[in-house]
Design a protein. Structure first.
Length: 313
């Protein structure tokens, strides 16, 4: 039975999965000059919301990006970058190594420059981890940096002060509220990019919007362990096998069955990193044995399931 709250639009369903499993926030105030390095952390997203002054986001290979008061920048793919008071400012060190005041397990206050001088720059920074392979796929197709002016997005304009308030004034349940607000803020930023950037009309995002291919992608995402055949997928798209195979490759960029295998490995990696046993992952994803799954995983990803589990632990 179809439930009334089930997602049916493939793009909406993908965005629905953008929910974080963990976050760390830092309120930064600068009364002096300097640059703070945000190290590369795979499978995460960083965001920076400027409330006063202008910060500069520096990513290797790109010109510095000015982020002004009221603007927000996302770095979606865990790329290492620097947050600076001015382009080329002296590097002070990695964010996690600099002296800062911890106000909780997941929140700190970082000050740059003398405490007795009024800050000329204030911003809220966050590092977010997500808990679904669908969320990671969304992040992987985003550009290296997204900058959005919250004044042009009413939802963001309302969310930013709410999130800052929850982080700066901890109250019972505040971490849960901040997490949900950050969820919505990230999705709203992605929506702004979808509406304004021509790149959002190509690739995987365009495939989700395709009336026939999008339905198939959503089905694969929901049931990665199903024993999909090309005939099953063509039937879901209401196309002949040959027409579907050609269209899928043209829209998505790879053959349909290769996409199924790749998505299955994404789902496997997520489960393994969460602590599931190799045997349980093999069973959930439709493999006849643990050995068969391990061989398939190593062949596709270049590492063993055991390596993923040990790294996560």
């Amino acid at each position: 039975m179809d439930l009334p709250w089930e997602q049916r639009d493939p793009l909406t369903e993908a965005l629905f999965q953008v929910r974080m499993s963990g976050a760390f926030y830092s309120w930064t105030e600068a009364s002096g000059e300097g640059s703070v390095a945000m190290p590369r952390v795979p499978s995460t997203l960083s965001f920076h919301v400027v409330s006063r002054g202008t910060a500069f986001l520096e990513v290797d290979g790109e010109e510095p990006i000015a982020v002004r008061a009221g603007e927000m920048a996302l770095v979606p793919r865990g790329i290492g970058h620097r947050v600076s008071t001015a382009p080329g400012a002296r590097l002070l060190g990695n964010a996690e190594e600099l002296p800062q005041t911890m106000l909780g397990d997941h929140f700190s206050v970082l000050r740059i420059g003398p405490d007795d001088v009024a800050p000329h720059l204030s911003l809220l920074c966050g590092v977010i981890a997500f808990d679904s392979p669908g969320a990671q796929q969304v992040l992987d197709v985003l550009p290296r940096v997204i900058r959005i002016d919250s004044a042009e997005r009413p939802v963001m304009a309302a969310l930013v002060p709410l999130l800052s308030s929850e982080v700066l004034d901890p109250r019972p349940g505040g971490e849960a509220v901040a997490t949900r607000l950050a969820d919505v803020l990230v999705v709203e930023t992605v929506r702004a990019w979808l509406a304004s950037d021509p790149e959002a009309r190509t690739g995987w995002i365009a495939a989700l919007r395709d009336p026939q291919i999008g339905v198939v992608l959503a089905a694969i995402h929901r049931e990665p362990g199903f024993a999909w055949t090309l005939g099953d997928l063509a039937s879901a798209a209401m196309m002949s096998r040959s027409a579907f195979a050609a269209r899928f490759s043209a829209v998505v960029g790879i053959p349909a069955m290769k996409y199924v295998a790749g998505w299955r490995m994404r789902a496997a990696r997520h489960r393994l990193a969460a602590g599931d046993t190799v045997a349980s992952v093999a069973l959930a994803l439709g493999y006849g044995s643990e050995a068969a799954f391990s061989r398939a995983y190593a062949r596709t990803t270049g590492e063993t399931p055991g390596q993923v589990r040990r790294r996560a632990a």
